[in-house]
Design a protein around this ligand. Sequence first.
Ligand code: SF4
Ligand code: SF4
Length: 442
Amino acid sequence: MQVIIPTPLQYEQIVGRQKRVDGEHYRLMTYVVQQPVTDGLLLYNTLTCSMVLLQPDEAADLTAQRELIDRWFLVPQENDDQKLCHQIRQMAALLKPAAKAITGYTILTTTGCNARCFYCFEKGTKPVTMTSETASKVVRYIVAHRGSETVHISWFGGEPLVNAKAIDQICTELSQQGVPFRSGMISNGYLFDADKVQRAKDLWQLQLVQITLDGTAQTYNRVKDYVYRNVNAFERVLQNIGLLIAAGIRVKTRLNVGKHNIGEMAELVQLLHQRFGADERLSVYSAGLLDEEHNAELFARRMQLEQQIAAYGFARKLYDLPKDIRLDCCMADDDGSRVVIAPDGHLGKCHHYLDREFFGHIDSEERNEAILRKFKERRADIEACVTCFYYPQCIRLVMCHTDTICTSVKQQEHLYNMREAMKYEYERYLKNENHYPDSINV
Ligand code: SF4
Ligand code: SF4
């Protein structure tokens, strides 16, 4: 047996190694995911976050591998895995130090947008644009709350580039004050041009942009329904993706898939490949539109698309294998180290709440604890959770709009992502590679 990802220190400290008991019957823990590779069988444990490789002869008789007991891949037949998971989470939460600084800022430069996608969750939100005065206050707030840490900014909107001036101002003032920062962005990509890409690289410290494509030219232009007339927005956005990756800025292309466009997505992926080749700065992945993501037929077709994406050799860094026990879902229920700043300076915990559920304002140190508690409320387990491999990594929040129900399709998607990530981690292990040192999530 070869250890590919060792057990995290935190887990070692909490439970250590499992003691072997003679005569006990062991089984795989519910949370172990198997993935065959050419050299044998990978096992990843979603609770301990460790991964091992078994040689083919070892894999043929899994429960006889005593070392798998030590590392909690095998547990006694009668073990209550869910109870163990709860106990470990509770202990890990007690040991976790409280955040001393706010280091992650999702900044909405505007809630206005130059596109009008039919599926937009922001539809109906009043457009508010950040003023120069507020941008300066944002800088003051960051300086006062970052401690001595590097700041991670995610530019969000609306369309953040509609108010690129605010980005310029915030980045200029942060640099003048000697604050180390880097940024990512969720954008439709339309408003980039050569000059902005240069500023994004030099001034905004932009590492990664997520850009959504909704189909080939005709469908894309129809779905995005930009406010501009007589332009080929699709072509312009592709040109901008080219400019960004040429400048060394990574682009994560999200293909929003629904019944209306699944038929043409293979053509789109082929087109991206013809245009950009297999460039490690360009990753491509698909996502189901919210009201269609649980459709089994669509999911099956989307997985075929994922195979095509992988076959073309696009960068695959879609989903990182968890490396630690999961204690929170996202920035909404985290330890307080990440906040959302609305265009008018209100402080929030989730970028899906653009005009309500704020817990404070950049002008004040007051915090509405009731709102913060509300964002931490979790959805109850469902019956399927008892046997679900994903349980230790699954935290679903009552306030979350994007994760309201769980279906077998959702579980299959988790499994697919997990297995892809296992293969990817293993390839990296073989090449002795590290992650991008400057990686940033948006
Ligand atoms: S909610 Fe769904 S994905 Fe999460 S643990 Fe339960 S069954 Fe698994
Ligand atoms: S949309 Fe859901 S997952 Fe995303 S930040 Fe909000 S609560 Fe978290």
